[in-house]
Design a protein around this ligand. Structure first.
Ligand SMILES: Cc1cc2nc3c(=O)[nH]c(=O)nc-3n(C[C@H](O)[C@H](O)[C@H](O)COP(=O)(O)OP(=O)(O)OC[C@H]3O[C@@H](n4cnc5c(N)ncnc54)[C@H](O)[C@@H]3O)c2cc1C
Length: 502
């Protein structure tokens, strides 16, 4: 029987590490020489906006500065364009926005992740229910359904499935231990009792799993998607830019924001702005700022440093060729070992190697980095050799005969996850922990998805944009019925109990 080569159930230990020390410095700026990821670097045309706006004059003024060009920043631009096009501020009202990106377009976590777009469906339900109550646990499921459905609707409406390499072949949770199987069973039952629609979750016992996929562990299977994250963000950017002439969107890559200072009103100001956003290429005046910087948020906002804030955490991914054809491999996205390892085969057009076999994207391997799990690491220019070894052996050990032992990955890269102790993002106005209500007025953040951003970032960006549009339009903002209250910034820093809850 194949065995896992790795120590299991390390997640609890990881949570403990968050609390070890409060003395970490704020995150650095993203390093200029990241490892090469499959999504960004496997084809010369994979990132058409890579260097967009990196040369020439810098925009000097915008209503809204968005810092970061990953899925959060670009989703925010998308939602702004929608709001203006839909006349949320009045028929002919226009807005200007600029996206500032430290490196190439979408070269942070979104350009380096595992490619899974998985709504929670039932996962973690019992923990969420016990910690936050049934209504909030239900919202946690709803928020991810809302986000995934919204993205799939855009992909369908704009006919983008092929352009973003959407693969709809479902998702398998694989249970390597009895504890994992018991936790999943508890989550599924609690979700069902609370009224979550879990009809699509199929229970696969060890025999069924072996017959279908060639691994003798039980698991659950449900509908889900994988895609090429950079291509999705590229398409969202194009849509945001072209939606309406009343929304002007500019992108400046290779333009790190180094500081933000309050603007001093000058006699020549036609339109007084709240802030000056400073970069090595010059500065930009703006009234609103969206921090879409995820793991790097504390560089500009030091109150997000340390365990109660957003913790940078290096993750690692490989692209590995399977040893058999796709008809025998069985198409599915997977998560195993309590969300540590995750993998899926790319669509058929990426089959290759000497036998034309599928290319599998596999991430995880955090177990190899115990006891500190590369928390507080924000350098994605290096890979960890222990993680490499673990990832290389992982699939051959789980699926006998389907992956070749010792086969070298075709690509390997790292990326920086933005973790929070609650495993949930901060969404809303930036607050000053020292109590000055005006210090960050007009600054907003959506960041800290804790390695699970694809089914959340687009929805969280929608919330932040809705707050800004409400403020500009003098409208009252109310929380959507799908957003968990605990995501909101004012329920986090102002509530120390939540800030330390694991
Ligand atoms: C290895 C790995 C695997 C993952 N796998 C998955 C997965 O399969 N499914 C899933 O749901 N989630 C996954 N995640 C998490 C997911 O990728 C993130 O939650 C999501 O991409 C976050 O998007 P973002 O736009 O907020 O951040 P990012 O994509 O990191 O974007 C932030 C951007 O801000 C820029 N920036 C930072 N500071 C500054 C500054 N001062 N000035 C200008 N620009 C700045 C950065 O360069 C970066 O481009 C994974 C993450 C990693 C690292």
């Amino acid at each position: 029987m194949p065995t896992s080569s790795i120590p299991l159930n390390q997640f609890d230990a990881t949570q403990g590490v968050f609390r070890l020390s409060n003395s970490h410095p704020p995150a650095h700026l993203p390093v200029p020489n990241p490892t090469k990821s499959f999504w960004i670097d496997s084809a010369p045309d994979a990132n058409p906006f890579a260097k967009e706006g990196s040369e020439g004059a810098l925009t000097s003024d915008a209503d809204i500065c968005i810092i970061g060009s990953g899925i959060t920043g670009v989703s925010a631009a998308y939602h702004l364009s929608q709001a203006i096009a839909n006349g949320k501020l009045g028929k002919d009202k226009s807005l200007t926005a600029v996206i500032l990106e430290a490196r190439d377009f979408c070269s942070g976590a979104t350009g380096r992740n595992g490619g899974h777009l998985i709504a929670a469906t039932y996962k973690q339900f019992r923990r969420l229910q016990e910690t936050y109550g049934t209504e909030q646990a239900l919202r946690s499921m709803e928020m991810e359904n809302h986000t995934v459905e919204a993205l799939l609707d855009i992909i369908q409406a704009e006919n983008l499935a092929d352009a973003v390499d959407l693969a709809a072949w479902g998702h398998n949770d694989l249970f390597l231990t009895e504890k994992e199987a018991a936790t999943a069973e508890g989550d599924l039952n609690s979700a069902k009792e609370a009224g979550v629609n879990v009809k699509s979750v199929e229970i696969l016992d060890a025999q069924m799993m072996n017959d279908r996929y060639g691994t003798p562990y039980p698991g659950y299977r449900f509908p889900s998607h994988n895609l090429w994250p950079l291509k999705l963000v590229t398409e969202l950017y194009k849509l945001a830019k072209s939606r309406t002439s009343n929304f002007s969107l500019t992108l400046h890559t290779r333009t790190p924001v180094t500081s933000i200072t309050p603007s001093s009103p000058s006699a020549s100001s036609i339109m007084p702005r709240r802030y000056t956003v400073n970069t090595p290429r010059g500065c930009i005046s703006c009234s609103y700022i969206i921090h879409a910087t995820n793991a790097y948020a504390s560089h500009l906002l030091p109150q997000f440093t340390g365990p109660a804030g957003i913790i940078p955490n290096r993750g690692q991914v490989i692209a590995l060729r399977a040893a058999i054809g796709r008809d025998k491999l069985g198409m599915a996205g997977w998560v195993a070992n309590e969300i540590s390892e995750y993998w899926f085969p790319m669509p058929a057009k990426y089959d290759g190697g000497k036998d034309g076999n599928p290319l599998v994207i596999l991430g995880g391997g955090r177990e190899a980095t115990a006891p500190r799990f590369e928390l507080y690491e924000d350098d994605d220019s290096v890979i960890n050799e222990d993680v490499s070894r673990l990832l290389k052996d992982f699939l051959p050990n789980l699926f006998e005969g389907r992956y070749e032992k010792g086969r070298k990955p075709e690509m390997e890269w790292s990326g920086i996850i933005g973790r929070t102790i609650m495993r949930d993002p901060f969404v809303g106005p930036v607050l000053d922990v020292d109590g000055d209500p005006e210090k960050y007025e007009g600054q907003f953040i959506s960041a800290g998805y804790s390695g699970h951003g694809m089914p959340r970032a687009f929805g969280c960006a929608e919330v932040v944009v809705d707050m800004i549009i409400s403020e500009i339009g003098g409208l009252e903002w109310s929380i959507p019925n799908w957003l968990p209250d605990r995501y909101l910034t004012w329920n986090r820093f102002l509530n120390k109990e939540h800030a330390t809850m694991g």
